[in-house]
Design a protein around this ligand. Structure first.
Ligand SMILES: Cc1ncc(COP(=O)(O)O)c(C=O)c1O
Length: 394
């Protein structure tokens, strides 16, 4: 079965559902009864499969977790209340006080805030290496020691679209017995196959391409059964960041159109990226499948498409960006990405505002950078609106 088919009918619910429903039911029940006291004790002891309480497991959330694991090629999946809950739980599953985690830079602003503010307070040290040359930079800086417990990466990186070479990274990490986690929110299993490249843990904000409609917040972690035992035992149940059954249903529904949505977004994105490159007002355009992307060869090797995110820098910097955004009529000025609607934002003052001016510079995020998450509208209408933005710069 090809991936497009697997997404839609890879796990036919009607063959398992007592009512032969072709859409999974939503189990909103927070609590599940025990036949007898002994049954409850066995469930708590893990001697029997079944449900106790939705924070510990829910049939609709499990349906989503199993589907994501099948699509990702992972043994197990675990749903979370948000992408940030998935990321924080992954870090805490592997690292404790005195340990260190090596992280690729730049990274999503929320993850940066977590790593900059919360994680160090727990006695976990964060060591940064450059996204675009991750494995080599780790070696050059001599970052690995006996207390390194995790590599955490994001590719394509938010917002610069720098790429991490996942195969090379996994080889380096495994040489030292360290697991690698990657946030693949920008690409998804449809465009990138981290587990096949040696990555141990895949993390998503499902709020983005998986949901696809900006109507639910969630996250998922996918890994081997062995790593999942560590993640589940150490974090989600106790920290409580579990996915809601209703959100799981929304993500299962969103997933069904993921392939057609991303196909259309990519088709639009490459046309827009090339058009932006031709504009005199634009200093630089970043899109992994543009020949001008510094890691174009890696993009072609590691991804089957460039996804729907484009970033660009206007020649006149941040002020020009503000004028540009204020003139748009069709495109929505808003954070988040991966939705059917085109969304546009300024990372320096919005999604990445946790970075100081100095940190933005260090991470290679230009203050004038604009991030465009291309939707499924007619591409000519998107371009016409962007033209309106350029008019404001005259
Ligand atoms: C790459 C990436 N990872 C994680 C997150 C956080 O996800 P959530 O907002 O679902 O917590 C985001 C949010 O924008 C993101 O862009």
């Amino acid at each position: 079965m090809k991936i497009e088919t697997k997404i839609v009918v890879g796990d036919r619910i009607d063959k398992r559902d007592p009512a032969r429903a072709i859409v999974p039911p939503i189990y909103l029940s927070a609590v599940y009864s025990f036949e007898k006291a002994e049954h409850g004790a066995e469930l708590f002891a893990g001697e029997r499969d079944g449900y106790i309480y939705t924070r510990l497991g829910n049939p609709t959330v499990e349906e989503f977790e199993k589907k994501m694991a099948m699509l990702e090629g992972a043994e197990c999946g675990l749903g979370f209340a948000s992408g940030m809950a998935a990321i924080s739980s992954t870090i805490l599953a592997f690292c404790g006080a005195g340990d260190n985690v090596i992280v690729s830079e730049p990274i999503y602003g929320g993850t940066f805030a977590l790593l900059n503010k919360v994680i160090p307070r727990l006695g976990i040290e964060v060591r940064w290496a450059k996204t675009s040359d991750f494995a080599n930079d780790i070696e050059a800086k001599g970052l690995i020691d006996e207390r390194t417990k995790l590599f955490l990466t994001e590719t394509p990186a938010n917002p610069t679209l720098d790429l991490v070479d996942l195969k090379e990274t996994a080889q380096l990490a495994h040489k030292h017995g360290i697991p690698v986690a990657v946030d693949t929110t920008f690409a998804s299993f449809y465009l990138q196959r981290p587990i096949e490249l040696g990555v141990d843990v895949v993390v998503y904000s499902t709020t983005k391409y998986i949901g696809g409609h900006s109507d639910a917040v969630g996250g998922v972690v996918l890994s081997s059964a062995e790593h999942m035992r560590q993640i589940k035992k150490n974090t989600v149940v106790d920290l409580g960041g579990t996915m809601s059954p209703f959100s799981a249903f929304i993500f299962l529904r969103g997933l069904q159109t993921l392939a057609v949505r991303i196909d259309r977004m990519q088709e639009n994105a490459i046309k827009i990226a090339r058009w932006l490159e031709s504009r005199p007002e634009v200093e630089r355009v970043y899109y992994p499948f543009l020949e001008s992307h510094p890691q174009f060869e890696l993009a072609k090797r590691q991804m089957s498409g460039g996804s729907g995110i484009i970033t660009f820098i206007l020649k006149d910097g941040r002020d020009a960006g503000r004028k540009f955004l204020d003139k748009l009529e069709l495109l929505i000025v808003a954070v988040s990405l991966g939705a059917v609607t085109t969304l546009i934002e300024h990372p320096g003052s919005m999604t990445h505002s946790a970075y100081s001016a100095e940190n933005l510079k260090k991470a290679g995020i230009d203050e004038g950078l604009i991030r465009l998450s291309v939707g499924i509208e007619n591409v000519d209408d998107i371009i016409e609106d962007l033209e309106r933005g350029f008019e404001a710069l005259k």
